[in-house]
Design a protein. Structure first.
Length: 185
C-alpha cells in the first residue's frame, strides 16, 4: 500500500529539500520516491514572464509527473509498503493562482477536491527567504499572507495535516515525528 504525503507552503520554506530528505530517510524501511515541483522546470524553460494561461500546463505537468512517479514506485515496491512524497500539488496551484491572479481555473479546483492524499505537511515561514530567480515574495508580510491562504484551505478539507516548523534538523525531525505517527495508525 502506498502512502502519499504532500508538502505545501509558501516559497522558500524548504518544501523541495524536505521532500528529498524524507524520501531518503524512509528508503531504508519503505520503497520511496519524491515528486519534484514541475513549475520549476516549466518556468526555467519559458523564456518570458508567466501568465495566467501558463498555470494549466503547469498543473497538468505536475499531475503527469506525480502519476508517472507513483506508477514507477508502485512497480518497484511490489508487495513492499511505499511512501510517495509530493513536493507541491494542486493546492499550491490554487494558492498561486488566487494570490497572483485573484482567480483559479475550475480544472485546478476540481483536482484539489478529487485527488486523495494521506497527509499534508504545511511548512511554516520561519526559514529565512533565500533568493532564487523564480521566487517572487521576499517580504514576510506576503509570505505570511500566503501561509494563511494554505492554512485556511487545509482547515476546510478532510485530509489530515500538520504544521512543520524549525530550522535545519529541527524541521526534518518534526516532519519525521509526524510521519512516524501516521505510519503507526
Amino acid at each position: 500500500m502506498m502512502k502519499k504525503i504532500v508538502i505545501v507552503g509558501p516559497e522558500s520554506t524548504g518544501k523541495s529539500t524536505l521532500s528529498q530528505e524524507l524520501s531518503e530517510y524512509y528508503s531504508n524501511r519503505f520503497a520511496t520516491a519524491w515528486v519534484p515541483e514541475y513549475a520549476r522546470e516549466y518556468l526555467d524553460n519559458l523564456g518570458r514572464p508567466y501568465t495566467y494561461e501558463d498555470l494549466i500546463p503547469i498543473a497538468k505537468g505536475q499531475l503527469e509527473s506525480e502519476e508517472k512517479t507513483a506508477r514507477a514506485l508502485s512497480e518497484a515496491a511490489g508487495d513492499q509498503a511505499s511512501i510517495l512524497f509530493v513536493d507541491t500539488d494542486m493546492m499550491v496551484m490554487q494558492v498561486w493562482s488566487e494570490f497572483v491572479f485573484q482567480k483559479c481555473d475550475p480544472f485546478i479546483l476540481n483536482e484539489v477536491v478529487n485527488r486523495k492524499y494521506d497527509h499534508y505537511l504545511l511548512m511554516q515561514t520561519d526559514l529565512p527567504w533565500t533568493y532564487d530567480k523564480l521566487r517572487e515574495y521576499p517580504d514576510l508580510e506576503n509570505r505570511e499572507r500566503l501561509f494563511k491562504h494554505y492554512y485556511d484551505i487545509l482547515q476546510r478539507q478532510n485530509t489530515s495535516w500538520s504544521l512543520i516548523a524549525g530550522i535545519g534538523k529541527e524541521r526534518s525531525q518534526a516532519a519525521i515525528r509526524v510521519i512516524d505517527n501516521l505510519l503507526t495508525r
